[in-house]
Every structure is written in C-alpha cells, then in structure tokens.
Design a protein around this ligand. Structure first.
Ligand code: URA
Length: 472
C-alpha cells in the first residue's frame, strides 16, 4: 500500500510507461511484464509499441527476475498440452538455432524408440537460421499444424510428434517471435530464453535438453554469451519444475553437409538408415550425445553415456527409422518420396523424381589451401535467400532451396574443386549468393584450430553457480 492508501498492485498500467522504464534501464516487475505479454497475446498493445519495448529489452537486457517472469507469463498466455495420459515420461530437445541443424529428426525418434514420449513443438526459420517445421513441410502432405488432440493421438501411436504451435498455444510468442525476426531483436539472452522455454514449458515436459549454439552461425556468437544463455535457460526451466540440462555446442560451420529444407531431410534419413559418411559425422555425434541426455533425464539410462549407447542401438537396429516413418505418415506426409532410390542422387547434387530445384550452380575453390573459416551466419543468410527462408512472415518457402557442402572446415581443397552446390528457386538468385558464399568462406595456408563439438554442459547446480558469478 502507498502512503495515500492505494495498492500499487492495482495501479493501472500504461504501455508507454513500461517502454520508457525499460528504455531508461529500469527493471519491470512481474505484473508489468505480464501486462506486456497479455497485450501481445490479445492484440491490445499495438505492434509498434511491442517493437519499441522489444528493442528496449534487447538494448538494456533483462534481469534474471524479468526473464523468469517473461517466460512464465508467455507460457501461461494460452492453452497448454498435458502429456500425462500418454503414460510415458515426456522429454524434448531444443536448439537455440543454427545452420544445417537437423538433430531433431534424429533425436526425436531415437528417444521415442527408447520408450519416451517426445512432444516436440518447433519453430520456423528465424533470422539466418533454418526452421524444423519448414524442413518437415518439404515432405509433401506433412502437416505441422495439428490440434492438441491430434498431437496426443500421434504421440500415442508413434512416441514422437513434431508440430507447430497451435494458434492458442503460447500466442504471445507467436506475435513476439515474428516481430523480433523483423525488428532486429532476436539476439538477446532473455528474449531467446523466454521464447524457447515458454513453448517447451507449455508442452508439459518432464525433462528438457537444450542445445545452445556458439560460434559464427549462432545468434550469440561468443562462447561466454552462449554459456550465459545456457545457464540462464537451465536455471529458468528448473525453477519452473522441468529437469533440464544445456549443452554448449559448436556452430562455427554448418552441422552436417546439408543446409536447406528437403536436403536436410535427405541427410537425416541417411543417418537413420544407418549410413555413415565423414561430412555427417558431427551431426551423428551431436545427435547421439543429445539423445543420450534425453534418455538419461527421462530415466531410461543411469548415465548420459549409457543413454547414448541406447540411442545408437536404436539408430543401428532401424527402430528410430521406423518411428520417423510412422510419424511422417501419421501427420499426413507422403513417405513414398523418402524412398531410398529417390533421395540418394540429391546427396550427390543431382535431381530426383521429387527433388527438382529451380536452378543450381556450384561454388568452386578459387585457390588451393585449407578451408580455414566459415562465417556461418552469412552462409545461413545465403541459404535463406536462395529460397529456403522467407522475407516476410507467412510467405511460402521453397522446399528444394539450399546448399550442399562437399568439404568441411579444415579440409584441404585444390583450386577448381567443388566446395558447395547451391539450389535456388530462380537462376537470377545464384550470382549474388555465390558471391556471398565466397565472402563467407576463407581459404588459407594454415590448418585451422578445431573446436570441440560440445564445449560445456550445464546442469541445475552448475547453472546456478555460473549465474551467481556472472557479471552482466
Ligand atoms: N528459437 C526460438 O524458439 N526462439 C528464439 O528466440 C530463438 C530460437
């Protein structure tokens, strides 16, 4: 109560005051954050004011309390999913966004094959990063927009389901995510944390494994920023009651050899079929580590290493592949296009019965030397601008657009050797994007230092310690 006897908790709020407070470096209280979130979800706050507030939050940063309040208010902004009737432990994995990151297509069926339920609510392309839903929708007929009843039915039948948010699930993130994509406010630890976790917590998960990317293709490029985000997300999700770990992983080059929509499905299928090739080894390894943690947190293995072994067995005995196919069919996808004969030529840069890109060209090494660095954000933009992403929210994407990489960072190339094959919607796009790729890739004389695929793992305890000592 104030001296005058009025209760501050009942004082009416005004959006402009909250924008100015954040702009001037203040911290918003829980009810002020809840007010902004409700305004985003219901449309009562106009987009220009939400944009201004997002920019203020991006520039000033959010405190731990603000981040927690934002996450919970967003989680509670709409309907929620309850996996309880499935009678299984519900576990998921989520990445902060990368280029060529297709681990979802591997970890979801591997964890489901080990007896867990994997209710995966995923996103679309954001900024320079690809979207799991856009990739899955490259499979003709695959429906990502299921109702929660349909979602539960697919989970009961297959153990895994990958869907989009329903209009009513975390509606605040729908609005804020699309605005952030268009207002240059994606790369903020607090906003990323709240965006990802609100959706994950609304799915009623028992446990969650986070893959926090760092390096040239991550939203937060610096190792220390990635670590802060990882610790922030673990502490926030644990405080909300979900067992969570975060792995800080390398995004200094695309993960695996394919970046795009359909071609990422092709690469994932090869691994699910038990095939191995050197360009996909990082993808295979990271998927196994992530799935190992999911299986461990889900109580099916005493250690993450034992979980990894179970995941690998599911890959090798074909059980993960069969769950993937079942899930595609259950969500209306045409599995005939996933026929072995039909996907293999795409791997080699050729077209197939289904895969008919509008235009194609190769990037050839302009000199001999080592691939010494890859600006993976630039590569991600090139993939998006070839047609795999959208300029405006709601636009269709080209399922066939993308880039196949024929070599990895650290590889030696001879002048004239193909480095990558580009697939574009139209031939007019190719020249600009070849030039962008050339800018993104450096060929040098010195073998570059290789970075560890997983540089750090945060559990609840290590995350809390880290945040206590973090100076932000
Ligand atoms: N993925 C999300 O869902 N939200 C973000 O802010 C970043 C990646």
């Amino acid at each position: 109560m104030t001296q005058s006897g009025s209760n501050p908790a009942e004082t009416p709020l005004h959006t402009i005051d909250l924008i100015r407070k954040k702009r001037d470096g203040g911290s918003l209280e829980q009810r002020e954050i809840a007010f902004m979130v409700a305004g985003a979800a219901t449309g009562s706050i106009p987009l220009e004011q939400l944009s201004a507030w997002l920019m203020a939050a991006w520039l000033r940063g959010l405190t731990l309390d603000e981040t927690r309040a934002l996450t919970l208010a967003m989680r509670d902004s709409g309907e929620k999913f309850s996996p309880v009737r499935l009678g299984k432990v519900a576990v998921d994995k989520h990445s902060t966004g990368g280029v060529g990151d297709k681990t979802s297509f591997l970890v979801a069926p591997m964890a489901a094959a080990c007896g867990l339920a994997v209710p995966m609510i995923s996103g679309r392309a954001l900024g320079h990063t690809g979207g799991t839903l856009d990739k899955l929708e490259a499979i003709p007929g695959y429906r990502t927009a299921l109702t929660l009843t349909e979602f539960e039915a697919v989970l009961a039948r297959c153990g895994a389901s990958i869907v989009s948010q329903t209009p009513a699930l975390v509606p605040a993130d729908r609005v804020l995510y699309a605005l952030r994509d268009r207002t240059g406010t994606v790369e903020s630890p607090g906003l990323i944390c709240a965006s990802i976790l609100s959706k994950k917590l609304a799915a009623g998960l028992d446990a969650l494994v986070l893959d926090v990317k760092t390096g040239s293709g991550a939203f937060l490029r610096k190792q220390e920023d990635g670590e802060y985000l990882a610790a922030l997300m673990v502490a926030t999700a644990e405080a909300a009651g979900t067992r969570t770990v975060a792995l800080v992983t390398d995004m200094d080059q695309p993960l695996g050899y394919a970046a795009g929509n359909w071609i990422e499905i092709v690469e994932s299928l090869e691994l699910l079929r038990g095939e191995r090739n050197p360009e996909s080894e990082d993808l295979r390894e990271l998927s196994l580590v992530l799935a190992g943690w999911m299986i461990h947190l889900g109580g099916k293995a005493t250690t993450p290493e034992a979980g990894r072994q179970l995941a690998e067995a599911a890959l090798e005995d074909g059980s993960a592949l069969s769950i993937f196919f079942k899930m595609i069919e259950a969500q209306g996808g045409d599995v005939s296009v996933l026929d072995e004969m039909d996907i293999s030529p795409a791997r080699m840069g050729g077209s197939t019965r289904f895969f008919q890109p509008g235009a194609t060209d190769a990037l050839l090494a302009w000199e001999s030397g080592f691939i010494s660095s890859m600006d993976t954000t630039k590569i991600g933009w090139a993939v998006q601008r070839l047609g795999a992403g959208r300029e405006k929210a709601g636009e269709p994407v080209d399922p066939h657009a993308g880039i196949l990489f024929h070599t990895r960072r650290g590889a030696h190339v001879e002048q004239g050797q193909p480095i990558a094959t580009l697939y574009a919607t139209t031939p007019a796009m190719l020249a600009e994007l070849i030039a962008l790729l050339k800018e993104a890739i450096t060929i040098g004389r010195i073998l570059p230092q290789t970075l560890p695929l997983v540089s750090r793992i945060f559990t609840r305890e290590t995350a809390e310690n880290y945040l206590e000592n973090a100076v932000r």
